[in-house]
Design a protein around this ligand. Structure first.
Ligand code: SDX
Length: 431
C-alpha cells in the first residue's frame, strides 16, 4: 500500500488531527484511523462496517456502482467463460494464472486429497438424518482439526499449504456425504480420474446399484457455479474467517466459522431462501403481491436474491448465472420451468419498480443459482453447502494473505457503550 501524500484533517473541539490517506491501485481512498483513539480518545462508529476497510488485500476487487468483479485483476465474466474452477483456485491462492505444468501439479495435489479419513464417517452418523447439511458441514469441517494434526500449525508455511489443499479437496466430499446421509444412501468415494465438478456430481448422484455417467453439460454448469462463488472481497463469512484466524485458531476451525456465517439467509443462505420464495410465489400473477410486501416497511419480507451491500448495479455473477440457467434448462428440456418463468417476470417487475430502482436493488448471485441447482437435481438444502464448497478457496486465500501480512494482529473492535454507569450491588431483600 503506497502512502499517498494526502491526509484528512479532523477537528474535535479546539484540537485538530491529521489522518493519513492511503490510495489503492483502484477504488476509493481510505482514511487511516489506527492512531485516532490514541491521539484523540475517540472511536469511529460503523455498525455493519458500511464505510470501513478492515484490511488491505490483493485478491478480489469489486466496483459496486459499475458491477465489476475482478479476481487478481481478471474479470469474472472472462474467468467464467474461459477458465475452470481449479484454475481459478490457483489464481486466487497464488496470484497468477498457472502454466500448464503448474496447473497439472496443482490439480494432482488437490485430487490426491479428496478422500476423508475413514473414521470421519462416524461424525456424519452422529447427526439426525433430517439435519440441515450446513449443520453437518460446520461439525465435520471443525472436526478436521481433530484428524489432521499435521496441518494445524499456522506458523509453518508448509502446513498452511497442506491445510489449504486438504480443505479445497475435501469440501466436495463432505458436502456430498452430508447429502447422501440425509437421503439414506451410501457414501460414494471420489475418483482420481474425474475432474472436480464431475467428482462432486458423482458423489452426490451415483448409487452402487448402477453405473453413473456424468453429464458434461451439468459438469460444466457445476464448475461454472463453483467459479462464480469462489471469492468476494471482505463479505461477512470471509470477515468471520479473518477474525477467527486473527486469534491464531487453526484453519479447520476458522473455515467452520465461515461456513456457520455463510448459512444465514442474508448471506449464503439466500439461494435456498430465494428458490423457496419463488416457489411460494408460484405463479406470475402473484408477483405484485410479493413486490408490495417487499416494499412494505411493516413487513419483514424481502425479495431474496435481490439487493447487495456493495453492488448498486447488476451483480456480474448474476448476469452469467442467468445465461447459464437458460442454457442448462434448455439442454435439460425444462426451459419452460415455471420457477424460471416466475424468476424472470419477478426480476422484470422489480427492475421496473421505482422502489428497487431508487434503492439500487438488483438481482445478486443467489437469484438464479437455485434454479440451476434444482434443475440439476439438488434439494434446496444443498444450495448453501455448494456455495460453501466454492467459497472455501476464497476463505483460504484471504486467510493465507492475512497470516502472511506483517501487520496481522488480533481483531478486537470497540463499542459505543449505552448501558448503566457504575452502581453498587443490591441484596435481594432490598430489591
Ligand atoms: C450474498 O457481501 C457479499 O459479498 C455477499 C455475497 C458473497 O458473494 O459473499 O455477494 C453473497 O450474500 C449476496 C446477498 C444475498 N442476500 C439476499 O439476497 C437477501 C436479500 N437481500 C437483503 O437482505 C439485503 O439486500 C442485503 C443483506 C443483501 C444487503 O443489505 P444492506 O446492504 O445492509 O442494505 P439494507 O438492508 O440496509 O437495505 C437498504 C434498503 C433498506 O430500505 P431502507 O431501510 O433504506 O428504507 O433497501 C431495502 C432495505 O429495506 N432492501 C430491500 C432488499 N434489500 C434491501 N427491500 C426489499 N427486498 C430486498 N431484497
Amino acid at each position: 500500500m503506497a502512502d499517498a501524500p494526502k491526509s484528512a484533517r479532523l477537528t474535535i473541539g479546539n484540537d485538530t488531527y491529521d489522518l493519513p490517506i492511503h490510495s489503492p491501485t483502484v477504488g476509493p481512498d481510505v482514511l487511516d484511523i489506527r492512531k485516532l483513539y490514541g491521539q484523540a480518545g475517540v472511536f469511529t462508529y460503523d455498525p455493519g462496517f458500511t464505510s470501513t476497510a478492515s484490511c488491505d488485500s490483493t485478491i478480489t476487487f469489486i466496483d459496486g456502482n459499475e458491477g465489476i468483479l475482478l479476481h487478481r485483476g481478471y474479470p469474472i465474466g472472462q474467468l467464467a467463460a474461459k477458465s475452470h474452477f481449479l484454475e481459478v483456485c490457483y489464481l486466487l491462492l497464488y496470484g497468477e494464472l498457472p502454466s500448464a505444468p503448474e496447473l497439472e501439479k496443482f490439480e494432482h495435489n488437490i485430487t490426491m486429497h479428496t478422500m476423508l479419513h475413514e473414521q470421519m464417517q462416524n461424525f456424519f452418523r452422529g447427526f439426525r438424518r433430517d439435519a440441515h447439511p450446513m449443520a453437518v458441514m460446520v461439525g465435520v469441517v471443525g472436526a478436521m482439526s481433530a484428524f489432521y494434526h499435521d496441518s494445524t500449525d499456522i506458523s509453518d508455511e508448509r502446513q498452511r499449504e497442506i491445510a489449504s489443499h486438504r480443505l479445497i479437496a475435501k469440501m466436495p466430499t463432505i458436502a456430498a456425504w452430508a447429502y447422501k446421509y440425509s437421503i439414506g444412501q451410501p457414501f460414494v468415494y471420489p475418483r482420481n480420474d474425474e475432474d472436480y465438478a464431475s467428482n462432486f456430481l458423482r458423489m452426490c448422484f451415483a448409487v452402487p446399484a448402477e453405473d453413473y455417467i456424468v453429464n458434461p453439460i451439468l459438469s460444466r454448469a457445476m464448475d461454472r457455479i463453483f467459479t462464480l462463488h469462489a471469492d468476494h472481497e471482505q463479505n461477512a463469512s470471509t470477515s468471520t474467517v479473518r477474525l477467527a484466524s486473527s486469534s491464531g485458531a487453526n484453519p479447520f476451525a476458522c473455515i467452520a466459522a465461515g461456513i456457520a456465517c455463510l448459512w444465514g439467509p442474508a448471506h449464503g443462505g439466500a439461494n435456498q431462501a430465494c428458490l423457496e420464495m419463488l416457489k411460494e410465489i408460484g405463479t406470475v400473477d402473484r408477483i405484485p403481491e410479493f413486490i408490495a410486501r417487499a416494499k412494505d416497511k411493516d413487513d419483514p419480507f424481502r425479495l431474496m436474491g435481490f439487493g447487495h451491500r456493495v453492488y448498486k448495479n447488476f451483480d456480474p455473477r448474476a448476469t452469467v448465472m442467468k445465461q447459464s440457467a437458460d442454457e442448462v434448462l434448455e439442454l435439460l428440456g425444462v426451459e419452460n420451468n415455471p420457477v424460471l418463468q416466475v424468476a424472470k417476470e419477478l426480476e422484470k417487475a422489480a427492475l421496473e419498480d421505482p422502489y428497487f430502482a431508487d434503492k439500487k436493488l438488483f438481482p445478486n448471485v443467489d437469484f438464479y443459482s437455485g434454479i440451476i441447482l434444482e434443475a440439476m437435481g439438488f434439494p434446496t438444502s444443498m444450495f448453501t453447502p455448494i456455495f460453501a464448497v466454492s467459497r472455501t478457496v476464497g476463505w483460504i486465500s484471504q486467510w493465507k494473505e492475512m497470516i502472511a501480512d506483517p501487520q496481522n494482529k488480533i481483531g478486537r473492535p470497540r463499542q459505543l457503550y449505552l448501558g448503566e454507569t457504575l452502581r453498587d450491588y443490591t441484596d435481594i431483600e432490598n430489591r
